[in-house]
Ligand binder design. Structure first.
Ligand code: ZN
Ligand code: ZN
Length: 175
């Protein structure tokens, strides 16, 4: 995802469009992902503000994820808007690395701006911690593993207090 910014670096207020499509990115998510269900599309523009290059873009894809409650696999649609500042850096530093962690400023070298890092960062922070197929997902029965979205099982769902359980078995042994 490299953008040639040679046409705008010396020209304040100039901008250049981009539109990329990649099949996958090596990302680690906090939930179970079996892969990208759709290609990752990254589109937007880069504007020379005079101080830095401002990237404003959009990330669209679909993730194949597993529901945290019922373990069903489903496609989670991703549509994120983002903006990031890029400043020119020099030397032998890795141009992909964050320039400044706090302000989300990235570095670019020469006349090439690489979006890979910002896209990976945005995808990482833009995702929920838990994946649910539905907010109302009833999940699996903790006793028999039956999917409660399909039907109710015969298990009693009462939470048994361990102290009550001890008392109960004590009473039962009296019979
Ligand atoms: Zn579910
Ligand atoms: Zn059950």
């Amino acid at each position: 995802m490299k953008i040639d910014v040679s046409s705008i670096v010396g020209d304040k207020a100039a901008s250049v469009d981009f539109d990329f499509q990649v099949e996958r990115l090596p990302l680690v998510f906090p939930f179970a992902v079996s892969g990208f269900a759709e290609p990752i599309r990254v589109s937007g523009d880069v504007t020379n503000t005079g101080k830095y290059l401002l990237v404003q873009g959009r990330i669209e894809t679909g993730l194949e994820v597993q529901c945290d409650r019922c373990l069903r696999t489903f496609e989670y649609p991703v549509d994120l808007e983002f903006s990031a500042e890029y400043k020119k850096r020099s030397g032998q530093d890795d141009p992909l690395r964050l320039f400044d962690d706090e302000d989300q400023v990235y570095g670019y070298e020469g006349t090439t701006l690489d979006l890979t890092q910002v896209v990976e960062d945005e995808l990482a922070v833009g995702m929920p911690i838990k994946m649910l197929c539905d907010e109302e997902c009833k999940g699996l029965c903790p006793r028999c593993g039956h999917n409660r979205n399909e039907s109710e099982c015969d298990c009693r769902d009462e939470e048994v207090d361990p102290r009550l359980e001890a008392l109960r078995s004590l009473l039962a042994s009296k019979d």
